[in-house]
Design a binder for this molecule. Structure first.
Ligand code: BGC
Length: 245
């Protein structure tokens, strides 16, 4: 099945047409800046442009950077607070005229990795951490997802919220070396390890391609690997949402 996968992030909106049977991108990945403020109306307008770019009228799968409980947005750390309480997929379906399916961005990236990527065939507990503007998490046990884990918002032993310490956005704005940033990420991953005891940790987002730069700083007991889809996991996983619906 061909689906337009859209990964709405705090900084960019990425999209591509995806063949859901293989996870393959059928064409270029397109990226535009997320409008600021990222209100529902502004994002709906940006989505119209995305649909026009791909000349797409078919089903759309969307990863969105918020907890989405039974279709309703519950949090808004990196988008406008006006999203809270919105039935996301229904809202964008009505605005765009396409059938939209939506879920948390890290959860969908995790779905792509579990099905086709670094988590494929892994039983036990797999933790996916997506690192970008925010810190997203997806938790799988024997391939089953526990949705909306929101573990980017845990507090570390230094009293700081993880999302304010170890994102890609923080690395860039504070101009941190890979070593300093890697140590912060390590503190975060060790905190999660103590709570969840994952068998495997998969890192996604832009920095997953740079894992070799900060791998020496990572000291968890669980092995850590980069997402096979790197930064594309969100787009591929989003498309999977539309399958079988
Ligand atoms: C949000 C999560 C999201 C993550 C990555 C966090 O700020 O609360 O829902 O998965 O950012 O985008």
């Amino acid at each position: 099945m061909q689906v337009l996968g859209i990964d709405v992030g705090g900084t960019g909106i990425k999209s591509a047409i995806v063949e859901t049977a293989t996870g393959e991108l059928l064409g270029e990945r397109h990226r535009i800046a997320t409008p600021r403020p990222a209100t529902p109306e502004a994002i709906a307008e940006a989505l119209d442009g995305v649909l026009r770019h791909h000349r797409w009228e078919g089903p759309v799968g969307m990863g969105f950077p918020a907890a989405i409980q039974h279709g309703v947005v519950r949090t808004a750390a990196n988008v406008d607070k006006a999203f809270i309480g919105l039935p996301l997929a229904d809202y964008f379906s009505e605005k765009t005229g396409c059938r939209v399916f939506a879920a948390n961005d890290a959860d969908v990236a995790g779905m792509a990795e579990m099905r086709f990527g670094a988590g494929k065939g892994h039983s036990g507990v797999v933790l996916i951490v997506t690192i970008g503007t925010g810190l997203g998490t997806a938790l799988f046990s024997d391939g089953h997802l526990l949705p909306n884990t929101e573990l980017g918002h845990v507090f570390l032993e230094n009293g700081q919220e993880a999302e304010r310490q170890a994102t890609e956005a923080v690395r860039v704005t504070q101009n941190l070396s890979w070593k300093d940033w890697g140590e912060r990420l390590d503190l975060y991953l060790r905190t999660l390890e103590r709570l969840l005891w994952p068998d495997l940790i998969v890192l996604g987002g832009g920095v997953s391609g740079k894992l070799s730069e900060y791998a020496p700083m990572l000291t968890t007991q669980a092995p850590i690997v980069a997402a096979s889809f790197l930064n594309r996991a969100g787009v591929v996983g989003a498309a999977l949402l539309a399958e079988g619906r």
